[in-house]
Design a protein around this ligand. Structure first.
Ligand code: ARG
Ligand code: ZN
Length: 873
């Protein structure tokens, strides 16, 4: 790790160094004169000295990057440029040049949106102006104290050529609009709610609106608009519907109403992340707005619903109450992810949503915790904040909120949140203030619990059991392995939801939350008629790894009888992991496994979506993690072969049953993305994939016929994927047909790229390399880059971990190419190398060599440098 000087661009920012802002802002007025190569920005900012800060009047420090300074004045008096000191990170007005404790700063800058390929600040996406200011993009628009604890009401005036940019949008409520000489026009927007600069947004371009209305619980009429490019109007209905349901849900579940006259969503094609919660003007990656049955899968619909909800929910958890500094990012993200998870659980199936979320948590966050990028939910230092929009901050952050709710109960949780909104509305807060609301509302001491925010790593929970003929004793032990910078770990407060099942499969002791607070603790259950089987960590009540030695018979018993759907699924998962590990060690597959799954499959009292999840095998990356947890080093070939053999075994053993079930799950009538229909399709397609694994001619014919006849993208892409991944003869003509049908829809072509990039074939790297030359691969677009290079790196273990290093080399080459263009997306995809120490020495050496090659690049971005150097350790 570099140790630069305190003012260098790569300096470490530390939570411990936080100081309140010296200057606050009363109001902001921004005037934009839009032009692709030379946009003029005039800012008029009313500053007031922060009464909290003491001592002599401080300098005025403003952040600014890549700005062309045109001129500035204070209280109308022009400033001599010599009076200001400029550096790469901004400018300073010395205290001596400030007239008093309040004054108006005016400044004009010029910026170049067209060459802004970083997609941060104001940039152009297919001739549309748009912004992304979180975390520190606003400083690329004008000089400003670009930190979340400086909040102000904004008034914005946008001026542009009317023909090229007919629609002009910003935050808040609409104001005056009108024509101007020379074919230009303008629009004004006013946002009365004080906000930090990261929530600023501007959009200008040729857009059409899908419109609707919403009446809030107290009767406020809100205009809703989803803005898209002409031609995409018919793909907005689902996002709009999701928005209205989200607005209602926040009223019902949290008593929170919307607070402006308009709420707008804009879809843009070039976007680094999923979406952004700018006040009243959410900007979305078009992938998470546009949907039609022909172009979007069930999974896409569900993602759209949850991201629309997530961004909408930020209006209260993020915007009305924001973060004091970026170390508190989980305050808005963990909480808002938790809220959107609950929303999806309520709208769809709660158990299925929980299983999906835990799968994601393990795949991304446990992986992060196990490697060199491990960090606490609230980090204490960073070099580049954009590198901390991580699975730990988001997903583990949400788990921490979920545990809090489990510990204080639903009522306590609601009281605490009500108090939080009441006490802190309009403020920029810390995790401590949030926690204080829970303590004050519930009377509980949460000081030990707070370690979940500061201690990194996934705790390991082990258990032992004792039975004396009437009393069952469960002893739980916790231990958290060291993570970078944190060698020793203290015990955490872990809510362990546990139920006991009788030998006949009936529930003996209903779920109770055991609070594990010590390194080791025993819990007694008395007066039991027979020795129970414990169902531990129901609903995945804490983000821990449960280490439990079970025999196959007990796993099958839990898989058949646990009334907790999560643990029922988990029993099946543990069973599969155990078999995979046995195979890797040279063992064989017991017949009882397919028999147990066969019984589950045939049980029509179970939700098809749940059965689809139960039929899924662990992924290769997850298996690598399991091998390492047990003290081994992962061999990607052995893991792949074990999982392949297991799929083939199931396909053979359950062949008939799979075909029958698949036919029974067929959905009739017009396509609907609802959870019920989606669940049936998921199960049918899981059956199809296992049938293909047995490689029978019938299976090939079934997949080909499904592709050819499909009236929706879910079934079409599922069929294409199994054919392509099996390198089946039916694959190539269908890849060609797919390409021809969707040539003009980049979001659909992303699926075409991904299906090929994830094919587990020996020559995968060469195939992906060839695809990089295809016209569908516009590599500067983040969606395209992730669809091909990103999905190869994290979704194709065979290709990425090819023994000759071709996969690693290909990815590193492309990271080096993208870095000067778009550091944020490069750094994110570079995370694919974070697991390098998990693998056998040959792979380790190859991965390490690529990491070192990237690190040695002369002008590497701060984003990518930080990630690569931390990964190397
Ligand atoms: N706040 C956004 C969300 O979670 C994420 C935006 C992060 N963007 C970034 N460039 N770091 O909804
Ligand atoms: Zn968010």
């Amino acid at each position: 790790m570099r140790t630069d000087t305190a003012t260098g661009a790569d300096r470490k920012i530390r939570l411990a160094d936080y100081r309140p802002p010296a200057w606050m802002i009363e109001q902001v007025r921004l005037d934009f004169d839009l032009a692709p190569r030379a946009t003029r920005v005039r800012a008029r900012i009313a500053f007031r000295r922060n009464s909290q800060a003491e001592g002599a009047r401080p300098d005025l420090r403003l952040d600014g990057r890549r700005l062309t300074f045109v001129g500035a004045s204070i209280d109308g008096a022009p400033l001599d440029q010599q009076a200001l000191s400029f550096d790469a990170e901004g400018l300073t007005v010395p205290a001596a040049a400030l007239p008093g404790d309040s004054f108006t700063w005016e400044c004009e800058t010029e910026i170049d949106p067209e060459t802004n390929t970083e997609l941060e600040g104001l940039y152009l996406s297919r001739n549309m102006f748009c912004t992304q200011c979180e975390a520190e993009g606003f400083r690329k628009i004008t000089y400003y104290p670009d930190r979340p604890d400086v909040m102000a009401p904004f008034t914005v005036r946008i001026e542009a050529a009317a023909a090229d940019y007919p629609v002009l949008l910003s935050n808040g409520n609409p104001g005056a609009t009108g024509g101007l000489p020379g074919g230009r026009h303008f629009a004004e927007w006013h946002d009365p709610h004080p906000k930090p600069a990261y929530l600023f947004a501007l959009v200008a371009g040729e857009l059409v609106a899908h419109e609707d209305r919403f009446t809030t619980a107290s009767g406020r009429e809100v205009e809703l608009r989803v803005w898209v490019r002409p031609g995409d109007e018919d793909k907005c209905a689902y996002a709009m519907d999701a928005l209205k349901r989200s607005m209602r849900w926040d009223e019902t579940a949290y008593g929170r109403e919307y607070d402006l006259d308009v709420f707008q969503i804009v879809a843009v094609d070039d976007f680094n992340m999923g979406a952004m919660e700018n006040k009243g003007l959410n900007i979305f990656n078009s992938k998470y707005v546009l949907a039609s049955p022909e172009t979007a899968t069930d999974a896409d619909y569900e993602r759209i619903e949850s991201i629309v909800a997530h961004e909408y929910f930020h209006n209260w958890t993020g915007n009305r109450i924001t973060c004091r500094d970026w170390f508190q990012l989980c305050l808005k993200e963990g909480l808002t992810v938790f809220r959107d998870q609950c929303f999806t659980g309520d709208e769809r199936s709660e158990p299925v949503k929980r299983i999906d979320d835990v799968k994601l948590l393990r795949a991304r966050q446990f992986r992060e915790d196990q490697g060199p990028l491990a960090h606490p939910v609230r980090p204490e230092e960073y070099i580049e904040i954009n590198n901390f929009y991580t699975a730990t901050v988001y997903e583990k952050g949400a788990e921490v909120i979920r545990m809090l709710r489990t510990l204080v109960g639903e009522d306590g949780y609601r009281k605490a949140l009500d108090l939080y909104f009441e006490r802190h509305d309009g403020e920029a807060c810390t995790i401590e203030q949030f926690r204080q609301c829970f303590e004050d509302a519930t009377g509980r001491d949460l000081s030990d619990f707070a370690r979940w925010w500061s201690q990194a790593g996934t705790p390991r929970l082990s258990m032992s059991e004792d039975w004396d003929g009437g009393t069952y004793t469960l002893t739980l032990r916790q231990q958290t392995p060291p993570t970078p910078g944190q060698d020793s770990k203290a015990p955490l407060v872990i809510p362990v939801a546990t139920g006991l099942i009788g030998p006949d499969g009936a529930e003996l002791v209903p779920t109770r939350v055991l609070e594990l607070r010590e390194a080791e603790q025993a819990f007694r259950f008395e007066g039991l008629p027979a020795r129970p089987v414990a169902s531990v960590l129901r609903g995945f009540s804490a983000p821990v790894t449960l280490e439990r030695q079970l025999d196959d018979a007990t796993r099958a018993f839990l898989l058949a009888h646990d009334i907790d759907p999560f643990n029922r699924w988990q029993a099946g998962r543990d069973y599969a992991v155990a078999i995979a590990l046995r195979l890797i060690a040279g063992g064989t597959i017991p017949n009882a496994w397919a028999e147990a799954l066969g019984r589950l499959l045939a049980d029509d009292s179970l939700d098809p979506a749940f059965r689809a999840l139960a039929l899924e095998l662990p992924g290769e990356d997850e298996m690598a993690g399991e091998v390492v947890t047990r003290g081994g080093l992962a061999d990607p070939d052995a893991i792949h072969e074990a999982l392949r053999a297991m799929r083939a075994h199931l396909g053979g053993a359950l062949g008939e049953a799979l075909a029958t079930l698949r036919a029974r799950m067929a959905v009739t009538g017009p396509y609907s993305p609802d959870a019920g229909a989606a669940g049936r399709r998921a199960l049918a397609n899981r059956c199809l994939a296992l049938m293909l694994a047995a490689d029978t001619p019938e299976a090939h014919r079934a997949a080909e016929a499904q592709f050819d006849a499909a009236d929706n993208m879910t079934d079409r892409i599922a069929a294409l994927a199994v054919l392509v991944h099996a390198d089946a003869p039916g694959a190539t003509p269908r890849l060609d047909a797919f390409l021809k049908a969707w040539e003009h829809d980049p979001l659909v072509l992303d699926k075409w790229l991904t299906v090929q990039a994830t094919a587990p074939l020996k020559d995968a790297a060469a195939r992906v390399e060839a695809l990089t030359g295809h016209s569908a691969f516009e590599w500067k677009n983040p969606n395209r880059f992730r669809a091909l290079i990103g999905s190869f790196a994290v979704g194709n273990a065979v290709g990425f971990h090819a023994a000759d290093g071709a996969g690693y080399r290909l990815v590193a080459d492309w990271l080096l190419r993208l870095d000067p263009v778009n550091p944020q997306t490069t750094a994110r995809v570079a995370g694919c190398f974070e697991t390098w120490r998990r693998y056998e020495p040959g792979r380790q050496a190859l991965m390490r060599a690529e990491l070192e090659r990237i690190a040695a690049a002369p002008a590497l971005s701060r984003n990518t440098r930080e990630i690569v150097e931390r990964i190397l350790g």
